[in-house]
Design a protein. Structure first.
Length: 456
């Protein structure tokens, strides 16, 4: 009976050893290691989630690369549009040549619209505004345009609502005034001389009137960015644009037409600054941000959001001026709930970029050039956000996930996987014990035969 019991135990352990060697797992059922099984199943769950998350990250990376590639082509088209606009500013071109360039420009805008409407990842449109939080300007008299990156004040714009714009510092034009007094604009000059504005030279002769001089100045506004009027008996100059980048450098020659002979006057504009409040549909404040990184009437914050004021909206408070429509692209980039990342892709049609109706057949190209430059900045800013999302969010997260999965797999393996060398040694031992147990059982069964022989 002792030999039979021992043989039974050996057979049971040999079965377990055979299972471990055939499956490669130390824990094949809860009975093998109850506490270890609980830990291992938790690890396996996390590893499975990480594997799926790595696939999600790769999809997000490809999603962003598709959008970036399309916007790269949009930027190239905008550069071509700018070249055509600059070329059309040359007065040596005939009307037919200018119209031919206008036709090319129209075709470029059609191509930009096609890219915006057709670029997709699978069935998901990327650049038509449906793949990101977007805004609609409600108060067009005070706000010319708006663009959101999907984050404002460090908070993702995942709720529809409004943006309130409170302009705390109004944008200003650069302005200087001459010191030479004129009783009337029609009075003839008594001296001849020269002066320059922002490096552009002017000349006047005795007999000219100050009105004719002002007409020369205003006729060159496209080159100098400065206009002039008579105000308070002197010539007053102001930049046509707003902001710190707008400069006036006025230098007087020897005639003393505007300033004292040889004198200079300089001035710069002021950039607008605004506090922007993001509210949900119930009117509750979600986040706030300071827009102090712009240029003139164009305001920008640290998250890449942009707002452009009209002259009427400069220095005012605009409540509910911008409608926010939530719909950004979210990606599950981690193994647990809440491990998500957001990529905001706006509408990049020619209309959304404010370049759809450009006319370059006239003489003043500055307005068109400014519009195209602004569109290029918008697209470039978005590409920068996409690039940051790819490099600093997705690629970084993939590396971190890879390391975490590797170490979690090693931990799970140390608990659940069979040590083949050790188990093979144990299996060999159990085989020997089984064979010797069978032999001993045979010996034990033969022992009673000696007793029976005494009864013969």
């Amino acid at each position: 009976m002792t030999a039979f019991r021992s043989l039974g135990n050996t057979g049971m352990e040999l079965g377990k050893s055979s299972t471990r060697l055939s499956t490669g797992l130390r824990i094949n059922s809860g009975a093998d290691d109850p506490a270890g099984l609980i830990a291992v199943e938790g690890y396996r769950t996390q590893i499975g989630g990480m594997t799926a998350a790595l696939g999600n990250n790769q999809d997000a990376l490809n999603f962003a690369k598709t959008a970036d590639g399309a916007l790269d082509e949009t930027t190239r088209l905008l550069r071509d549009a700018r070249s055509l606009t600059v070329a059309n500013g040359n007065s040596s071109l005939s009307a037919d040549q200018k119209q031919a360039n206008q036709t090319q420009l129209n075709n470029i805008m059609t191509s930009i619209d096609r890219i915006a409407s057709n670029t997709s990842f699978g069935s998901r449109k990327l650049l038509d505004g449906s793949a990101g939080t977007r805004v609609s300007v409600a108060n067009k008299s005070k706000l010319e345009s708006a663009f959101v990156s999907g984050t404002l004040g460090g908070v993702q714009m995942s709720k529809s609502g409004t943006l309130d714009v409170n302009v705390t510092t109004g944008a200003a034009q650069a302005a200087v005034s001459g010191t030479t007094a004129y009783t009337a604009g029609t009075v003839a000059l008594t001296a001849s001389g020269t002066f320059s504005i922002n490096g552009y030279s002017f000349s006047a002769s005795s007999g000219d009137t100050i009105n004719s001089v002002i007409a020369k100045i205003n006729g060159a506004t496209g080159s100098t960015g400065v206009s002039a009027v008579i105000s308070g008996g002197v010539v007053a100059f102001s930049s046509t644009g707003y902001g710190l980048s707008q400069k006036i450098n006025l230098t007087e020659g020897g005639g003393g037409l505007l300033l004292a002979a040889g004198a200079t006057a300089t001035a710069a504009g002021v950039d607008a600054i605004a506090a922007v409040t993001y509210k949900d549909t119930a009117g509750a404040t979600v986040s706030t941000a300071t827009f102090n990184k712009g240029d003139g009437l164009s305001l920008k914050d640290s998250n890449g959001n942009q707002i452009k004021l009209t002259v009427t909206g400069n220095g005012t408070s605009i409540t509910g001026g911008i409608q926010v429509i939530a719909g950004s692209s979210n990606f599950q980039i981690g193994a647990n709930g809440g491990d998500t990342a957001n990529l905001n892709l706006s509408n990049f049609s020619s209309a959304a970029l404010s370049v759809s109706t450009l006319d370059i057949t006239g003489n003043d190209m500055q307005t068109s050039i400014d519009a195209i430059d602004a569109a290029i900045k918008t697209v470039s800013s978005s590409r920068g956000s996409i690039g940051s999302f790819m490099k600093n969010t997705i690629e970084s997260n993939m590396r971190a996930l890879g390391v975490a999965k590797e170490n979690l797999t090693a931990t799970s393996s140390s608990l659940s996987d069979t040590d083949i060398a050790e188990e093979m040694t144990n299996y060999t031992k159990l085989n020997i014990l089984q064979q010797s147990g069978l032999a001993m059982l045979a010996q034990a069964n033969s022992a009673p035969q000696g007793v029976l022989s005494l009864l013969r």
